[in-house]
Design a protein around this ligand. Sequence first.
Ligand code: SF4
Ligand code: SF4
Length: 190
Amino acid sequence: MMETNLKVMSQSQLAKAVLNESGQNVNLCYQCRKCAAGCPISYAMDYKPAQIIHAIRLGLDDLVYKSKTMWLCASCETCTTRCPQEVDIAKVMDAVKITAVKQGIKPTIPQVASFYRAALSNIKMFGRMYEMGMIVGLKMRTFELFKDVGLGMKLFTKGKLKVIPSFTGALRTWKIFNRVKSIENRESKI
Ligand code: SF4
Ligand code: SF4
C-alpha cells in the first residue's frame, strides 16, 4: 500500500492527468526511443515523442504544453506498436491535448484544434462526416475563408464533395454521443 502511494506521489501533475485521461503510465518508459525512430511526423516535431514522454515524467508541464508535438501527431500509432513497454504513446498525445484544453491552455497549432472541433461538431450534427459542412465549419473557425478554394473546386467538380448531407446511421451516432454525455455527467458528480 505504502509502495503504491509512493509511486503515485512521485508522479508529476501532468503524468497523473495523463494516467487519469488515458490509463497510460509514462513512468514505464525507459527511453529506448523506438517510438521516435518510427514516427513518420517526427521530422516536423520540436520534441520527439520519447522526449515528450520524458518531459511529462520530469514534470516539465510547461515545456510539454508549449510543444507542437502533440498537435502534429497524426495518431497513426506506429510508436504505440513499437514500444517495448507497451506505452500507448498515441493515447498519451491525446491525453495531453485533452488536459491542455481542459485547463484553457491555448493550442500551439490552433488550426489543428479547430479541425478537431469542426469535425466533431459535424459528425454530431449529421451522424457522419459531411465534408462540405466540415470545410465550411473549419473555414469559419480559422477565418481562412478563401484558402484552398481552388482545391475545393477541384474536389467539387470531381464529385468528391456532396452538396446534400446523408443522414444514414445518424440515429446510432446520436445515441453514442448521448451515452458519452451521460457518462461524463455521471463522472463529474463523483
Ligand atoms: S518506445 Fe516506449 S519505452 Fe521506448 S522511448 Fe518510446 S515510450 Fe519510452
Ligand atoms: S501516433 Fe503520433 S507520435 Fe506516434 S508515430 Fe504516429 S504521429 Fe508519431
